[in-house]
Design a protein around this ligand. Sequence first.
Ligand code: KE4
Length: 427
Amino acid sequence: MTVRSAAIMARARDLFPGGVSSPVRAFRGVGGEPFVVYRGEGPRLVDADGRQYIDYVLSWGALALGHASPPVLDAIAEAMQRGTSFGAPTELEVELGELVRQRMPHVEMMRFVSSGTEATMSAIRLARAATGRECILKFDGCYHGHGDAFLVRAGSGVATLGLPDSPGVPDSLAALTLSVPFNDLDAVHEAASVQGSRLAAIIVEPIIGNAGFIAPDPAFLRGLRSVADDAGALLIFDEVMTGFRIAPGGAHERFAVRADLTTLGKVIGGGLPAAAYGGRRDLMEMVAPSGPVYQAGTLSGNPLAMAAGLATLRLLTPSLHQKVEARTTRLVSGLREIAARLRVPFTADSAGSMFGFFFRAEPVRSFADARASDVQLFRRFFHAVLELGVYFAPSPFEAGFVSAAHGDAEIDATLDRVERALGAARA
Ligand code: KE4
């Protein structure tokens, strides 16, 4: 029974739209009511009714070390003794910036902000200023936060709720953003020729995590690089989700394609609100106060978030990354074997500690493919495995994550419960 969760959600629905602080949390993509979290510990969540779940959402990818990781808590507690916010320079933000640049040398200069949305909005403003152009090219199913420029055929919560675009975004603004299918370089060439000298930037999730998990074809990202170069536009890698997950150095390390600007979030704050945009020094020096492109934030570089991010990245060494990647690969292989044994059409993929699956036999290369998967089976499976204590993202259009706290015992328990749940749900 989820009596306490239900009572709390009744109060929440009277206070917040849908009873939640962010749409995708409302379980609209799977039906039913969300559980209310009481605490997180390592790989697990405990809800208000004491029920435990092995957690593969991990605050939507932010918790690379798992919930309430002791070194992260210690770092926050230590920083907290000196105060919680100053609105002034601190050495903590310098140390985190140096560590980010050490992992991602192409991020020559950066600016910390408080959310991925702020990071992508600022990167687009900078790209428009640097090129003197207005148009943006994005990809169907990619989600870059809720900035006006991006709510065009977006993924994540927008896709989950089946909202084609969002009301409130002026047509004149939406018209500046073109969205084409991921992995379709012909469509990219066509769009770039339509936008021509008006194209300011191509923005992409190097691996889509917001339409479910969709990997790029081998030549796709390199293709985007050359289209951007030919068009005189910038290439922006939105690594809010893939950063520090698909490789220690993110997409640049995994795919050897260099973006002009990169956005980061989630892991970089270790579970506290922090994000960043950065890249080529000549571009970033255009940002105020060194340049005219204005962007600001009261809590940018918040010392507690910097401390949590530092503690996280310091521990997220290449060897730990490889260990978590191996566990993720074992989980995904196990899921494939179960689906094959149960003769359920299924495709799954992973990169580093990020993974996804669809109930569909053919590979998923685009958002259209993802939407053609068996979403009804996903809904039944989601609830059946949740009942057994495994929490995947409450939408087929999200990715899953493994943390350093997920041990072999969690992977084994997950696979056992998945087999039981899928056996029941497929019928
Ligand atoms: P935030 O503004 O939510 O911190 O970041 C926006 C964002 C930007 N870029 C990418 C690639 C992202 O995945 C996100 C946020 N991801 C979603 C989950 N897929 C956040 C969850 C939510 O919206 O509640």
